[in-house]
Design a protein around this ligand. Structure first.
Ligand SMILES: Cc1ncc(COP(=O)(O)O)c(C=O)c1O
Length: 455
């Protein structure tokens, strides 16, 4: 096997790690629609948000500065796992017999096993600086909860995690990781909040949803009298800002080998790994029309491909901000698919706007086919991908096979957002033939969309 005399892993030294994050706000083709207050429907002010977030993160959320300095303390922490390698998947290429070159940015090398710590440590840092004693959050598959538990432990602040019931039962070892880092973990819906109790009264067997777990964590923060703040692992501008380090490194790595990607691919739940990986390339895309940027979502939770671009609540109990985004409706309870991190009803407003402007594409894929892709990747490149990441790999394989048909030597790069070491029960269901392909009925989506706020 020849690698054209190039290394399999393109590395950056710690000195080459970016010292600033990239903020796409000033480069968006039009401004974002303002987030609205859930009760008044008026544009949110920084003061409205201060009950949930520290001021520095609120300022980042609305910043129009293209680059924002990464504090030195965070650079030191990032050095625990960053820069991450950009890896040429030549074994996968060989298996597919494709002329395409496939690269993956390996974010699974972080302590928690995904891209999520890139923002978790930043959020914990700014909270610590402003005196927060405890952070409350939600988690789907457990990757975000474990990332925040890891980050809070570093800064000596408490961490309370509401974990979506179906994942809580499917992924028991993620719970233990969080507890080992010192977090308290509760299945959502729980009987600790009004939002949870209301849901349990309606459906004692509710599998939960990210929208509901967010409501529980927001309620805990809002009622804490200021000691507990809320932390979100995706969707928001400041989260994608922190994740931009992934794409900035990737750009430098491609520069090192004198190549440039023709296709960038990432899976999307709330949009943070996709946004972080691709946004630093959006201005290139604006100049170079041939480049494709593809977001991949589950057919079971198809916000970009089936939802309208509309104002909706970010959470089920309607207590968090209202945002303009592609949405399936805030009370949408997606089926218990195995990619728990892709079960959010909405989408990052920045990703939504770029999709609406046709600067990015979206594809929805079935659960079984993503595990086929994950199994191929495991057997060729050796790393077991998280089910979320398998969505990206599915489309990478499809695009590489298309290149085989056309003979094109495209450069395809994707974000390997996390490993699946704690998702093996999902792989077991796949190997035992117990996985179902679930397509959300259009009727149910329509029903949920009737409840969009009328502002
Ligand atoms: C490994 C992995 N990839 C992707 C996602 C999707 O989230 P996002 O769209 O914010 O990257 C998650 C969410 O939990 C995840 O754990």
């Amino acid at each position: 096997m020849s690698l054209d005399d190039k290394d399999k892993k393109i590395m950056l030294s710690e000195k080459e790690m970016p010292r600033q994050w990239y903020n796409i706000n000033p480069d968006l083709p039009r401004p974002l629609d303002p987030p609205l207050h859930p009760q008044t429907g008026k544009p949110l002010t920084p003061d409205d948000l201060s009950i949930l977030f520290p001021m520095e993160l609120i300022m980042q959320e609305v910043s129009m500065d293209r680059f924002i300095d990464i504090p030195k303390e965070l650079i030191d922490i990032y050095r625990m796992w960053r820069p991450t390698p950009l890896v040429r998947a030549e074994r996968l290429e060989k298996f597919l017999d494709t002329p395409a070159k496939i690269y993956f940015k390996n974010e699974s090398v972080s302590p928690a096993g995904s891209h999520k710590p890139n923002t978790a440590v930043a959020q914990a840092y700014y909270n610590k600086m402003e005196g927060t004693k405890n952070l409350a959050t939600e988690t789907g598959a457990g990757q975000w909860g474990s990332a925040l538990a890891f980050a809070c432990n570093i800064f000596g602040i408490g961490c309370t995690v509401y974990m979506v019931r179906v994942s809580y039962d499917q992924k028991p070892y993620r719970k233990l990781m969080m507890r080992l880092w010192g977090a308290d973990v509760y299945a959502s819906p729980s009987d600790r909040t009004d939002a949870g109790k209301n849901m349990l009264a309606e459906d004692p067997n509710s599998p939960g949803s990210l929208g509901l777990a967010i409501s529980e964590a927001v309620e805990v923060a809002a009622k804490s009298g200021g000691t507990t703040k809320y932390s979100l692992g995706s969707v928001l501008n400041h989260v994608i800002l922190h994740q931009s380090i992934v794409g900035l490194e990737t750009k430098k790595q491609f520069e090192k080998i004198g190549e440039f990607p023709d296709i960038l691919i990432g899976c999307v739940g709330g949009g943070s790994n996709f946004g972080g990986f691709t946004f630093p390339f959006i201005s290139d895309k604006m100049k170079n029309k041939d480049m494709r940027i593809i977001a991949v979502e589950p057919i079971a939770c198809p916000s970009l491909t089936k939802g309208p671009f509309a104002y909706d609540y970010g959470d089920t109990a309607k207590t968090g901000p209202i945002a303009k985004m592609y949405t399936l409706g805030h009370d949408f309870i997606p089926p218990g698919i195995h990619a728990g991190g892709l079960r959010y009803h909405g989408m990052s407003p920045q990703v939504s706007l770029l999709y609406n402007e046709k600067l990015i594409e979206a594809v929805a894929v079935h659960q079984k086919t993503i595990f086929d892709a994950g199994a191929i990747f495991t057997k060729t490149e050796g790393i077991i991908p998280a089910p979320e990441t398998c969505h990206a790999i599915r489309v990478v394989i499809d695009e590489a096979l298309e290149c085989k048909k056309t003979g094109e030597k495209k450069v395809i790069a994707f974000n390997f957002s996390g490993h699946g070491h704690f998702d093996l029960s999902s792989y077991e269901a796949y190997m035992d033939g117990k996985l179902l392909n679930y397509e959300y009925p259009d009727e149910k989506i329509k029903e949920s969309l009737k409840k969009l706020p009328k502002f």
